[in-house]
Design a protein around this ligand. Structure first.
Ligand SMILES: NC(=O)c1ccc[n+]([C@@H]2O[C@H](COP(=O)([O-])OP(=O)(O)OC[C@H]3O[C@@H](n4cnc5c(N)ncnc54)[C@H](O)[C@@H]3O)[C@@H](O)[C@H]2O)c1
Ligand SMILES: [Zn+2]
Length: 360
């Protein structure tokens, strides 16, 4: 088992990474002296596979868990479901000293975390992320929340968990397409922060694609460490944390214009990162060889690197990008790469350069 610490003074917490960790959940929670009564929130796909293991682990350590399962998918990240969870917690008399475990992907983590942040003005929270995206990204950093009909993640909080437990074995049951989508965030960490990680991925991607436990543990731990370092320096996204958005301006735009139906998030940001690499070559001096290495690595992970848009779709894409939270004074702010492993934030780019990056 590896441990990565998220350094946030009195709110610091450990991320534990390893095989068969769900079996350790109860023991780990006991070490933190969490309250006896607890609730596990999950979704239908994850419950089917991991409900019993999770409940057994908690019960064996003396806890009294209840289990709440949602429908799977982004559509469940609503205030209505938040309310349904509150009602279950109240019905089973969970108290200030009780805690909540989010067992699932980013949807369950964001929703469960928001419930934990707000029920009785906040109860202890433990994340057990079961998708690659959740293990390297959404479970680290404390952003929790739900969607509104007007847009994604419009209601939320910063709320740090007490513990994150990444059980590598859960990734084996994840649909291949979801696993590959998670790799787009993994590759992103190499680009924005760590040239050595990027080079390791170039060498060891085949091992990752075979779920080699040692390689997965090393890579996931490094990603968590990078996100922890970034969040540790900028918890509330005032500056540095923006580097995590590399490729996301275009990626989010593509997700929005396809109404979140065509691409998984990781697929959209794979296209977004390749386009942003081309913009970086034109604007911030990223060498052409680095653009090629990035494109090659995303392709090797079977992720899309290009998009064919009609003139109308391109117009919609620009409109969507200009609605993004990162726009300042009507200008889209980009994170651009200078080389693999180093990026700069707050870069404005002309529409012409953006359009060009989407063409070839
Ligand atoms: N809070 C943050 O900082 C942050 C960061 C990035 C993304 N997010 C959020 O995360 C969400 C996306 O997360 P996601 O990609 O994990 O999606 P998800 O939670 O919808 O999971 C993807 C699919 O995989 C299934 N699944 C999960 N684990 C499984 C397993 N081990 N075996 C089999 N099936 C499994 C789920 O039921 C679902 O169908 C979005 O809502 C996004 O806004 C939040
Ligand atoms: Zn992302």
């Amino acid at each position: 088992m590896r441990t990565v610490k998220v350094p946030l003074a009195e709110r610091s917490y450990p991320i534990r990474i390893g095989a068969e960790l769900i079996a350790e959940l109860g023991k780990q929670c006991a070490q933190l002296r969490l309250g006896k009564r607890c609730a596990v929130i999950s979704d239908a796909n994850v419950s089917r596979r991991y409900r019993k293991r999770t409940l057994d682990s908690l019960k064996n350590a003396g806890f009294e868990p209840i289990f709440i399962s949602q429908n799977a998918g982004e559509k469940s990240k609503t205030l209505k479901n938040v309310q349904a969870c509150y009602e279950q917690l109240a019905k089973h008399r969970l108290e200030r000293g009780s805690f909540l475990v989010a067992l699932g992907g980013g949807v369950v983590g964001d929703l469960g975390g928001f419930v934990a942040a707000t029920y009785l003005r906040g109860i202890d929270f433990v994340q057990v992320p079961t998708t690659l995206l959740a293990q390297v990204d959404s479970s680290v950093g404390g952003k929790v929340g739900v969607n509104l009909p007007a847009g994604k993640n419009l209601v939320g909080a910063f709320y740090q968990p007490k513990l994150v437990l990444c059980d590598l074995d859960t990734l084996r049951t994840l649909p291949t397409r979801e696993f590959r989508a998670g790799l787009a965030e993994v590759i992103k960490y190499g680009i924005i922060y760590d040239a050595k990680l990027f080079a390791r991925l170039e060498r060891e991607l085949p091992k990752l694609l075979k779920y080699d436990t040692t390689t997965m543990a090393t890579v996931i731990a490094r990603c968590c460490q990078i996100k922890a370092e970034v969040v540790g320096q900028d918890e509330k996204e005032n500056g540095l944390r923006a580097i995590l958005n590399f490729g996301h301006t275009i990626g989010h735009g593509l997700e929005a214009i396809s109404r979140y139906g065509k691409y998984l998030h990781g697929e959209a940001i794979s296209i977004g990162q390749v386009a942003t690499a081309k913009i970086s070559h034109a604007v911030s001096g990223l060498p052409a060889t680095h653009v090629t290495r990035m494109k090659t690595l995303f392709s090797q992970a079977s992720l899309p690197t290009q998009v064919k848009l009609t003139a109308a779709q391109t117009r919609n894409l620009f409109a969507a990008m200009k609605l993004d939270k990162k726009v300042k004074g009507g200008k889209i702010q980009f994170v651009l790469a200078k080389e693999i492993g180093r990026v700069v934030i707050g870069q404005t780019v002309t529409d012409k350069v953006i359009r060009q990056s989407l063409l070839d």
